[in-house]
Design a protein around this ligand. Structure first.
Ligand code: 5AD
Ligand code: SF4
Length: 474
């Protein structure tokens, strides 16, 4: 990739006051001034990969198109974690049947999983590239630009991470920062190790200099990303542990909030809780997916911990001095799940006292060991269990949020609902707070809000004082 483009990291990452970051791009790689559009499905890792891919494209002289219809290059960054997400991609591709003037490309997990079969199902697709091969994107794009068809990047066996010189961040308030890619676990239901490849940590030097650049560009909140973020091990000379890295990112001048997701219970240590307790910049929130409350099912899922071991880790978090909120992911209807085992998951929601749960019905995925297990649960029964569990969790959240009525929360403001005349943002504990204020522009500011009402998914309040600083710091 050429280094002589005149886009600076700052101009691309600066939090804008409007919704979309401004991009001024003239590029050194001449591709005839073509435009691109990326549609992203799935997790935060995918959202951030799309930001990095956009950076690669800008560096090659592409400009962002206002819509898919107007783009010369249309990329789908896909998700295959559940069947429905994967199906959606093929229905999107179907919309371009026979397309010749536009270059269509498929990135991400469906690309990796389906590989060259995508060309058979949708011959108008010209590029298929999995996330473990993104470092090759400039070469692959060159092939496509010189008229290539059926261009692929499907190598999984990599020890490299996707480093870009520029990243075109979409969110002007919270910046994602990858610290580890891939996954070395082998949960029996999960495609991720097959689509994102083996675990690779980035060197702490690269991470910390990116964090410093983000702070200089005006970001105050950083979210560290990884499929198993807390498995981080510094491959560089500093040899930092995950906790060392958390503390170091939190110490970067100008950074006021550091989040990290997703933690694996197996690598979750007391030191993480201690670091949160001692470091105000580390947010009061841990996302710690349990998947099931039954030890037998956890074994079948190959989750590497028991119900009791998981709950012990929760007890460390609950014993902290700061009120750390805990959220989780749960799968219902895993093959062979009995009603009693399902009820163990329901009772674990109470035992853990979760502040939020993402719950899913089990979806069999290609190449996973669970896909060939016997004891499939009928679809209707899976949906009944899901609805039951969600209602139970809704009650838990309603009660937990109600305890915050009357308290004052610091909210990083990230949006405005003009119709309702409300501002919206998140607390350190990741709760959504909607509030009214007389102030004109609060985007990117930290506002103190007195909570007046609560619901299962959000709090409602009133702005009590000015702000406690924000993008430009105080
Ligand atoms: N079926 C249903 N849910 C799944 N997840 C991962 N694989 C599957 C699957 N095959 C869920 C897990 C994971 C979250 C990102 O998606 O709960 O934590
Ligand atoms: Fe999938 Fe398990 Fe790895 Fe998470 S830890 S990405 S659920 S294999």
């Amino acid at each position: 990739m050429s280094k002589s483009f005149d886009i600076t990291v700052e101009s691309l990452t600066k939090p804008a006051t409007s919704d979309a970051p401004e991009v001024h791009a003239t590029a050194s790689v001449n591709n005839g001034g073509k435009s691109f559009f990326i549609e992203t499905f799935g997790c935060q890792m995918n959202a951030h990969d799309s930001e990095k891919v956009a950076g690669v494209l800008l560096a090659r002289g592409y400009r962002p198109a206002a819509s898919a219809a107007q783009a010369d290059l249309m990329l789908y960054n896909t998700c295959s974690i559940r069947e429905k997400a994967a199906q959606k991609v093929f229905s999107r591709l179907g919309e371009w049947r026979g397309e010749k003037s536009k270059v269509i490309g498929v990135l991400g997990c469906v690309a990796q999983q389906e590989g060259e079969d995508i060309f058979e199902r949708a011959p108008w697709v010209r590029l298929v590239c999995g996330s473990a091969s993104y470092r090759k994107l400039p070469e692959l794009l060159e092939e496509v630009e010189s008229g290539g068809w059926r261009v692929t990047g499907l190598d999984l066996d990599t020890d490299e991470t996707f480093e870009t010189e520029i990243t075109r961040r979409d969110n002007p308030i919270r910046a994602y920062l990858t610290i580890i890619e891939g996954c070395d676990y082998a949960c029996s239901y999960c495609v991720v190790p097959h689509t994102r490849g083996p675990e690779r940590s980035r060197a702490s030097d690269a991470i910390l200099s990116e964090a410093r650049r983000l702070a200089e560009a005006g970001y105050t909140e950083i979210q560290l990303l990884g499929q198993t973020v807390n498995s981080y091990r510094d491959p560089g000379p500093r040899g930092m542990s995950f906790v060392d890295l958390l503390r170091a990112v939190a110490a970067v001048n100008g950074i006021r909030r550091v989040r990290f997701t997703t933690s694996h219970p197996n690598d979750f240590t007391r030191e993480i809780v201690q670091a949160i307790d001692e470091t105000p910049e580390l947010c009061e929130h841990v996302h710690l997916p349990v998947q099931s409350g039954s030890t037998r099912l956890l074994r079948a899922m190959r989750r590497t911990y028991t119900r009791e071991e998981y709950l012990e880790k929760i007890s460390w978090i609950k014993a902290a001095r700061r009120p750390i909120s805990v959220t989780s992911d749960v799968i219902v209807g895993f093959p062979g799940e009995t009603e009693d085992e399902f009820q163990e998951t329901v009772s674990l929601l109470d035992a853990a006292g979760y502040d939020g749960v993402f719950s899913f019905v089990y979806s069999p995925r290609p190449n996973t060991t669970a896909a060939s297990m016997t004891g499939a649960i009928p679809e209707q029964e899976k949906l009944r269990r899901l609805a039951y569990l969600q209602e139970h969790q809704r009650q838990i959240q309603t009660a937990r949020n109600a305890t915050l009525v009357g308290s004052t929360q610091e909210v990083l403001v990230d949006s405005r609902h003009a119709a309702r005349g409300q501002w919206s943002g998140r607390t350190s504990s990741n709760r959504v707070v909607n509030f009214v204020s007389q102030q004109e522009n609060l985007l990117g500011e930290y506002a103190l809000v007195r909570v007046e009402r609560s619901g299962p998914n959000s709090l409602v309040g009133e702005h009590v004082t000015g702000t406690t600083g924000g993008r430009h710091g105080t």
